[in-house]
Design a protein around this ligand. Structure first.
Ligand code: FES
Length: 128
C-alpha cells in the first residue's frame, strides 16, 4: 500500500478532524474520511495517522494491542510501525498507509487526492 508520508502536500486536501484535546496521551481515535477508515494515535504526545487495515486480510487492525511504537494485528499478530505503517513482522509483508498530519489546535490530516471530494464526509466513530 502507498505510504502517503512522502506525498507532496500540494497534492493533498487538508481536513480538520478533531480538537487535539479529544485525543489525549496514550489514546486512539477512529475516523472515516470518504469511506477510508483511519486511526489517529497519540503516543507520548506525538500524533500519527494510519489506515485501519491489515494488509494480511484487509480487515481492521486498529483494535490491536500497542507495544511501544508498534500496533499488533489482533488476528495473526503482524506488527506495524505506528509512525510509518511499516510491517515489521510476518505474516503481513506489505505496509499499511500512513498519513501526514498537522496539529495546531485541531488534529488535521493531509489526505491524498483520492479524498479530494471528501470534505463533507468525515465521520468520527470512537471505539471503546
Ligand atoms: S489479519 Fe492481520 S496479521 Fe493476519
Amino acid at each position: 500500500m502507498f505510504n502517503y508520508l512522502d506525498q507532496d502536500k500540494n497534492q493533498c486536501e487538508f481536513f480538520q478532524i478533531v480538537p487535539v484535546e479529544d485525543l489525549p496521551n496514550g489514546e486512539r481515535l477512529f475516523v472515516e474520511v470518504d469511506d477510508k477508515k483511519i486511526i489517529l494515535f497519540n503516543l507520548a504526545g506525538n500524533l500519527y495517522a494510519l489506515g485501519d487495515v491489515c494488509t494480511h486480510d484487509d480487515g481492521p487492525v486498529g483494535d490491536g494491542e500497542i507495544d511501544g511504537h508498534e500496533i499488533i494485528c489482533p488476528r495473526h499478530g503482524t506488527r506495524f510501525n505506528i509512525s510509518t505503517g511499516q510491517a515489521t513482522s510476518l505474516p503481513a509483508v506489505v505496509d499499511i498507509p500512513a498519513y501526514p498530519i498537522r496539529v495546531a489546535n485541531i488534529f488535521c490530516l493531509y489526505a491524498p487526492t483520492i479524498f479530494k471530494n471528501a470534505s463533507d464526509s468525515i465521520a468520527r466513530c470512537d471505539k471503546p
